[in-house]
Write a protein that binds this ligand. Structure first.
Ligand code: PLP
Length: 379
């Protein structure tokens, strides 16, 4: 196994699906027309965009005209938070464990004069709906933005319940579902969310493509102005190969229970093995309401930055905290928010699986991890 690389960082990004890659190549050098032109070639491309939009809508139970393509999860989050129009209300509620795409957008909104409330979470990373009730105000809360599932610890939030509280108080509800799409069944009609962010590269499509679901009744200004693309709401010539890749990825995810079960079983096996074979180790997040591909641990008395380098040398790709902060020495804001003990907080490591991982890989990782942790503790 020593020359082989084992990729267990699928929350950071995923390998593009081979079928998708084959299918989209033609949009670079054959069907490359600008979809806004009027000749036959353009109509072919328009149809491809139409089909992609429809596949995304079908996956989340939306209407086609509620799906807007963006450059990714970050843009979708920015659009929802920065541009929602809800009378003259000036209060945003979010949580302490959101991705930086939300947290830093909120920071910007604060600098522009809005009030921001960051809700606490419990030890598993859950937001207590009562906490939302205590902080929301009918007069001033414009939008509540709570992620469907966390990128570091995988905790899945009670979105339907939180959304109901937002609506009862006249606020819009947005959810960042970047990590959740494809890993749990999402139905925007059932949860009743007003906006939802999606990203392509987390589900085996290309990087630089995403979507924002916008329920018809939502008042949202443009983030980007220019041409008439996306029904005048998001200008810029469409990134056709990427859009098609996202559509195909969603198509593959419709009724993919078999694949979901495969990933969940493999992940469960991984967690059980790690907890059984390595002493003084905790699983962060919640064991039940958890993304099917997430296995994140904290090892006592370990510096995970060293651990990750040793795993890399052994051919294993994993990550410390969130991908976006992996180069920084600061502890993860998520682990701080769930109150991980000092003894454990520096020993955090996140493994996120995909359909491409095998049991053989997991066995190799567990034995290597156990050996490496032991060695580091003995030094
Ligand atoms: N939101 C969450 C929860 C994420 O995990 C990420 C990426 O890691 C993003 C947003 C940003 O998405 P993108 O990389 O498509 O901009």
């Amino acid at each position: 196994m020593s020359n082989k690389r084992i990729y267990l960082d699928n929350a950071a990004t995923t390998r593009v699906d081979d079928d998708i890659l084959n299918e989209i190549t033609k949009y670079f050098n054959v069907e490359y027309a600008n979809p806004s032109s009027i000749y036959k070639e353009s109509r072919t491309v328009q149809n491809a965009i139409y089909k992609a939009r429809s596949s995304i809508a079908k996956l989340i139970n939306a209407s086609d005209d509620e799906i807007y393509f963006t450059s990714g999860g970050t843009e979708s989050d920015n659009w929802a938070i920065q541009c929602v129009k809800n009378e003259n209300k000036k209060h945003i509620i979010t949580s302490k464990i959101e991705h930086h795409a939300i947290l830093n957008t909120c920071k910007y909104m604060k600098a522009s004069g809005l009030n921001i409330t960051y809700l606490d979470v419990d030890k598993s990373g859950f937001i207590n709906p009562q906490t939302l009730e205590e902080n929301i105000t009918k007069d001033n809360t414009s939008i509540v933005s709570i992620m469907t599932a966390n990128n570091e610890i995988g905790t899945i939030q009670p979105i339907k319940q939180l959304c109901k509280i937002a609506h009862q108080n006249g606020a819009y509800f947005h959810t960042d579902a970047v990590q959740a799409v494809g890993k749990l069944n999402i139905d925007v009609k059932d949860t009743n969310v007003d906006m939802m962010s999606i990203s392509g590269h987390k589900i085996h499509a290309l990087k630089g493509i995403g979507a924002l679901y916008i329920k018809k009744s939502t008042h949202l200004k443009n983030l980007i102005y220019g041409g008439s693309q996306e029904n005048y709401k998001r200008a810029g010539t469409e990134n056709v190969p990427a859009i098609v890749s996202l559509g195909l990825a969603c198509e593959k995810l419709i009724s993919n229970n078999k694949e979901q079960n495969y990933i969940r079983n493999l992940r469960n096996y991984f967690i059980d093995e790690v907890l059984f074979k390595i002493d003084d180790c905790i699983l962060t997040g919640n064991s039940d309401s958890r993304l099917i591909n997430n296995a994140s641990f904290c090892f006592a008395d370990i510096d995970s930055k060293i651990l990750i380098i040793l795993l890399d040398k052994a051919g294993i790709c994993a990550s410390v905290g969130s991908a976006c902060t992996s180069g920084s020495v600061e502890n993860s804001h998520v682990l701080q928010a769930i109150g991980v003990d000092d003894k454990y907080i520096n020993g955090n490591i996140r493994f996120t699986l995909s359909k491409y991982n095998t049991k053989e890989e997991i066995d190799y990782v567990v034995s290597n991890l156990a050996e490496t942790v032991k060695k580091l503790r003995n030094n």
